[in-house]
Design a protein around this ligand. Structure first.
Ligand code: FES
Length: 93
C-alpha cells in the first residue's frame, strides 16, 4: 500500500504526505453525541468523571434536558465504554 502510494506521488507529482494516525485522536473528543444540545464526547467524559451514570445524568450535568432523545443510545454507549475502561485508551479532551 505504501509502495503504491509512493509510486502515485512520484508519477502524478503529488505531495508526499505522512499520515499521522495519532493526530486523529484529537477529533474523537469533538464527536457530537447530542445535536440538540451540542454535547460532544469531551462533555460526556467530563460528566462521567463527575459521576454521571446515565444519559439523563449527562444531560443534567450539562444543564440540558433531552429534546428529541436521539442521542440517548450514543451517550449511554460512551458511558459504557468509560465504565468498562476506567482509564480510557483514547481520552477525549
Ligand atoms: S440529539 Fe440529544 S436531545 Fe436531540
Amino acid at each position: 500500500m505504501v509502495l503504491i502510494y509512493r509510486i502515485l506521488t512520484i508519477t502524478a507529482n503529488l505531495p508526499l504526505v505522512k499520515i499521522d494516525n495519532h493526530s486523529q485522536l484529537h477529533y474523537i473528543g469533538l464527536m457530537i453525541h447530542c445535536v440538540c444540545n451540542n454535547i460532544n464526547t469531551a462533555k460526556v467524559d467530563q460528566a462521567a468523571r463527575c459521576g454521571a451514570k446515565s444519559a439523563d445524568q449527562v444531560q443534567s450535568h450539562c444543564g440540558m434536558a433531552f429534546n428529541c432523545g436521539q442521542c440517548r443510545e450514543s451517550i449511554e454507549d460512551r458511558l459504557a465504554v468509560l465504565q468498562a475502561h476506567p482509564e480510557p485508551l483514547l481520552a477525549a479532551e
